[in-house]
Design a protein around this ligand. Structure first.
Ligand SMILES: Cc1cc2nc3c(=O)[nH]c(=O)nc-3n(C[C@H](O)[C@H](O)[C@H](O)COP(=O)(O)O)c2cc1C
Length: 168
C-alpha cells in the first residue's frame, strides 16, 4: 500500500491516545507510514489507504468526536479497510461476558454508520484512577463496579495491531 494509514482516536483522560500510539508504532514496524491524529482534528480521509478508529467509552457510549468523524467521512471510509478499537473498563477482564458488553458499546456505530464494515475490532481494557475524577464521574464509575488500575494488555494490543497490519 502506497498511501499512509490513519489512526484516529478520541480520549477523555489519555488512555486511548496511548493505545493509538502503540497501534501506530506496531503498524509502522510492518513497513507502513502511519499518522496518529485525534478524531476531532482528522481531515481529508481520502489521503489514507486504511483507517483505524479508536474510542474511549464513557457512560456506555463511544466518544462523540468518533461518532462525528465516522458520520462526516462514512463514504470515504467505506472505500478503504477500516478497523475499530475501544478502550473501556468492562474489558479489564477479557471474558465472554465482558466482550458481549463491549460489543454493545459499538451498536450505535453500526446502526448509524452502516456503510463501513470494519475488518477487525479490538476490545481493550482501560485505566481507572479515581483520584483523577470529579465526584459525578466517581458516582458513574461506581455503578460499573470496575477495579481501579491500568488494565491495558499491551501484548494483546500489539498482537491485534500485527493482525490488522497483516490484513492490510
Ligand atoms: C465517568 C466515566 C464513565 C465510564 N463509563 C464506562 C462505561 O460505561 N463502560 C466501560 O466499560 N468503561 C467506562 N469507563 C471507563 C473508561 O472507558 C476507561 O477509564 C478508559 O480507559 C478511559 O479512556 P481515556 O483515558 O482514553 O478517556 C468510564 C470512565 C469514566 C471516568
Amino acid at each position: 500500500m502506497d498511501k499512509k494509514i490513519l489512526v484516529a482516536y478520541a480520549t477523555y483522560y489519555g488512555t486511548t491516545r496511548e493505545v493509538a500510539e502503540t497501534i501506530a508504532k506496531t503498524i509502522t514496524e510492518h513497513g507502513y507510514e502511519v499518522e496518529v491524529i485525534s478524531a476531532r482534528e482528522a481531515r481529508d480521509v481520502s489521503r489514507y489507504g486504511a483507517v483505524i478508529v479508536g474510542s474511549a467509552i464513557r457512560g456506555g457510549k463511544i466518544h462523540a468526536d468518533v461518532l462525528h468523524f465516522l458520520e462526516d467521512h462514512e463514504t470515504e471510509l467505506s472505500q478503504v479497510p477500516v478497523a475499530y478499537f475501544v478502550c473501556c473498563m468492562t474489558m479489564h477482564d477479557d471474558s465472554p461476558d465482558s466482550r458481549y458488553m463491549a460489543e454493545g458499546y459499538l451498536a450505535e456505530v453500526f446502526n448509524k454508520i452502516s456503510k463501513v464494515k470494519p475488518i477487525s475490532i479490538g476490545y481493550f481494557g482501560g485505566v481507572l484512577e479515581l483520584k483523577r475524577l470529579d465526584w459525578l464521574a466517581r458516582l458513574v464509575v461506581k455503578a460499573l463496579r470496575a477495579p481501579e488500575g491500568d488494565y491495558r494488555n499491551w501484548a494483546a494490543i500489539i498482537h491485534w495491531s500485527e493482525e490488522v497490519a497483516e490484513a492490510l
